[in-house]
Design a protein. Structure first.
Length: 240
């Protein structure tokens, strides 16, 4: 059975601390400096704290009436629990003698909540990374293609190297003609097709089911590309 998660908050401690803040400006000053609204887990307690904080910075008196008016002017009295909750706060303590104890308790709970949130966030991120890692493992890695270099001409090696440098990219016949044969070459595009046919034959390609070099036939024969399922060690060929 999964261990029950602990809740790091104590609304009763918040009520007592707020009650202490009705017992002197020095207590209010220390509480305002040491705590923030987010430290109060209970929304109603958080709203009352902000009202007292506002009155303190306005140098206004802090009592049942002033806090109530402050909340009413901001239309927050109902969200703060109304007059009844204010009465509970004021009646919670007879003095502010132990206010630091409750301040530390509230702050400690805030730290624990933030640590818990960080743990949950890190756990979520770790699970996402783990999932991505598992997906990456499942992906098929490109297989190495063994090349019979001794059977290839220098031009065929350059042609193969150019195609394999960008797997999946279609090189047009015009581009291949210019880059492999040179811009001054006077032959036509069939030169490329003949050379590709010879190269594929030396690689052991099945013309009906090619694996390494794929022809782009949309809408007509327009170019060739090297399959993304294979990789070629370009360093062996002296091509970078």
């Amino acid at each position: 059975m999964e261990k029950e998660r602990r809740c790091y908050h104590d609304v009763e401690a918040e009520i007592i601390l707020l009650g202490c803040m009705f017992h002197g400006e020095a207590i209010v000053e220390e509480a305002v400096k040491g705590l923030e609204p987010k430290d109060f887990y209970g929304e109603n307690n958080r709203i009352v704290f902000m009202a007292i904080e506002t009155l303190f910075f306005d140098r206004a008196p802090i009592d049942f009436v002033t806090v109530r008016i402050c909340l009413e002017e901001r239309d927050l009295l109902e969200k703060a629990g109304g007059r009844e909750h204010l009465s509970i706060i004021i009646a919670a303590v007879a003095s502010g003698k132990h206010f630091r104890h409750y301040m530390h308790l509230i702050k400690r709970n805030t730290i624990h909540r933030e640590l818990e949130y960080s743990r949950e966030r890190l756990k979520t991120e770790f699970e996402a990374i783990k999932e991505d890692s598992e997906k990456a493992k499942d992906k098929k890695s490109p297989r190495a293609l063994t090349i019979p270099f001794e059977k290839l001409t220098s031009r065929e090696i350059v042609l193969l190297g150019l195609l394999a440098s960008c797997p999946g990219r279609v090189f047009s016949r015009n581009e291949l003609l210019e880059r492999v044969w040179g811009s001054d070459y006077s032959g036509d595009l069939t030169t490329v097709d003949v050379a590709m046919s010879r190269l594929c034959s030396k690689l052991g390609e099945n013309p009906k089911f090619p694996k390494y070099i794929l022809a782009d036939h949309i809408p007509a024969l327009s170019g060739y590309c090297f399959s993304e399922d294979y990789r070629l060690n370009m360093g062996i060929m002296g091509i970078n």
